[in-house]
Ligand binder design. Structure first.
Ligand code: THU
Length: 165
């Protein structure tokens, strides 16, 4: 299946119950874009989420990006006593991405807190727009597993990006 110039494979196991203890065969079953890197991205996001500095909201978020050369870059949210100076997990991960010499985001896992969908805030959707493609899958998860996948274009329709300048 072609999407955004890349082939994404789907695991039925991930799709239905999101437990990743064993490897199963990869099947293409629809427009759900979960690659073979999902499990690693999920584990890294879950790990970095534990480092979140959240004394004010208690709401830990971890983000993991897959780079073009299949490296994983992570970030967590960092709050501040002057609340507006707080930083989202996605923003931290973007800082790390650039600091480590990468500049393309191929796939994203975000793990929030609780059971409701932790989708990226408006500001972070725009931040992702700078380094991801419109077809980049963004997997929204909680600590127990996958909840929903949307492309960046779905989260940020009619967006303004670098090519608009
Ligand atoms: N948060 C993120 O890290 N990413 C988002 O996209 C949404 C919100 C953080 C910010 C704050 O530290 C906490 O979640 C509660 O809003």
């Amino acid at each position: 299946m072609f999407f955004g110039g890349k082939i994404f494979l789907i695991s039925v196991k991930h799709f239905f119950h999101c437990k990743f203890t064993q490897h199963s065969s990869w099947l293409v079953v629809g427009l759900i874009m979960i690659s073979e890197y999902f499990e690693q991205l999920f584990e890294e996001a879950k790990k970095v989420r534990e480092n979140a500095h959240v004394p004010y909201s208690q709401f830990k978020v971890g983000a993991a990006f897959l780079t073009e050369d299949k490296k994983i870059v992570v970030g967590c949210n960092v709050e501040n006593a002057a609340y507006p100076q707080s930083q989202c997990a996605e923003a931290s991960a973007i800082g790390n991405l650039i600091s480590q010499g990468f500049n393309k985001i191929m796939e994203v896992v975000i793990i929030g807190s609780g059971n409701l969908l932790s989708s990226p805030c408006g500001g972070c959707r725009q931040r992702l727009r700078e380094f991801a493609s419109l077809g980049t899958p963004i997997h929204m998860c909680n600590v127990d597993g996958h909840l929903k996948t949307s492309t960046l274009a779905e989260l940020l329709p009619d967006s303004f990006g670098p090519e608009n300048l």
